[in-house]
Write a protein that binds this ligand. Structure first.
Ligand code: PZK
Length: 300
């Protein structure tokens, strides 16, 4: 049995690269060659958990995340310019692709944290610091910071994990001016995102953003404040001291770790296919996040 081609050919585009859940193309110009000034970002319906891409896909996930990202770009437009050029894309990828300006990207993953969890919690537990920032004693999984902190990481090659980077290392990599601006914008994006999300019962624990540079100024690229780039938590269930329920992948992770799945996380084997009800409930969570945040109905 074969599985669907994860990055099918798109007439008029050259396929450049595929990540776990997204694909990158370049439009073919009038001269018949790949344009160097534009990219097409395509979000698939693929979902990953525990570092595996799972089967089957989650219907509409790519469109929900693409539309959510576009909505956030608009909400954040007074804070930072973005790379979006057009949503006029081929019918095959309608709603889940964006034509963007191709930029020189910063070689740094810009991460901000509003709550302590995940890799930040592991660093804190080891020595009381996160990305070289000394934090108060007594923090626990899910503790909220007074203000978001900037915890950049390296851009690891595919298949490897990003490593925490000190602020000094960011300055050495991109210069102190761009480093200061990246820190300011990344934390401002998360702070503003949380102001907006809080009104809709969602907390954004942390987020990863990517910037390009145009004439020495930062431009927000990639996706922004989606469940794939950020941790969304239901605000009414926030309770520091333990792992918070994940807004989107809660059912997926719970089922994979349950005896029903028959999967042993420690085995290194690929997980079994998700049952239909887990797929459907997960789809509903993505749509719920979109609808709560934007206040609009998601139209398929
Ligand atoms: C760029 N990615 C990650 C995204 C993938 C991989 N505006 C830009 N200019 C230049 N490069 C990028 C962007 C953006 N965004 C983004 N890699 C390069 C990525 C989507 C699908 F497969």
């Amino acid at each position: 049995m074969s599985i669907a081609d994860p990055a099918p050919g798109l007439p008029g585009f050259v396929h450049l690269y595929s990540g776990k859940v997204r694909d990158l193309y370049a439009p073919i110009g009038d001269d018949g060659r790949a344009r160097e000034d534009q990219l097409l970002l395509v979000a698939s319906d693929r979902i990953s958990a525990f570092d595996f891409v799972l089967e089957p896909a989650i219907p509409d996930k790519g469109a929900v995340l693409t539309q959510l990202s576009l909505w956030w770009f608009e909400q954040l437009a007074s804070i930072v310019p973005n790379h979006v050029l057009s949503t006029d894309v081929p019918a095959e990828v309608a709603g889940r692709a964006v034509l963007v300006r191709r930029l020189e990207m910063l070689p740094v993953e810009c991460v901000a944290r509003a709550y302590l969890t995940g890799g930040g919690l592991r660093e804190y537990a080891a020595d009381g610091h996160v990305s070289g920032i000394r934090l108060p004693e007594g923090l626990v999984d899910g503790s909220r910071f007074d203000q978001p902190i900037f915890t950049p990481s390296t851009k690891a090659p595919q298949g490897e994990h990003d490593e925490p980077m000190s602020y000094a290392a960011v300055e050495a990599a991109i210069g102190s001016g761009l480093a200061a601006r990246a820190r300011e914008l990344t934390t401002a994006i998360l702070a503003r995102g949380n102001e907006i999300a809080a009104e809709r019962g969602i907390l954004i624990a942390d987020t990863k953003v990517e910037f390009g540079v145009v004439d020495g100024e930062l431009v927000l690229a990639d996706e922004v404040l989606t469940p794939d780039s950020s941790r969304f938590w239901p605000a009414d269930q926030w309770e520091p001291g333990h792992t918070q329920p994940s807004f989107d992948k809660e059912f997926v992770r719970e089922w994979l770790l349950s005896p029903e799945s028959g999967w042993d996380k420690a085995s290194g084997e690929a997980p079994p296919p998700l049952p239909e009800d887990v797929v459907e409930r997960t789809r509903a969570k993505y749509v719920e996040a979109y609808e709560r945040l934007t206040g609009t109905t998601f139209a398929r």
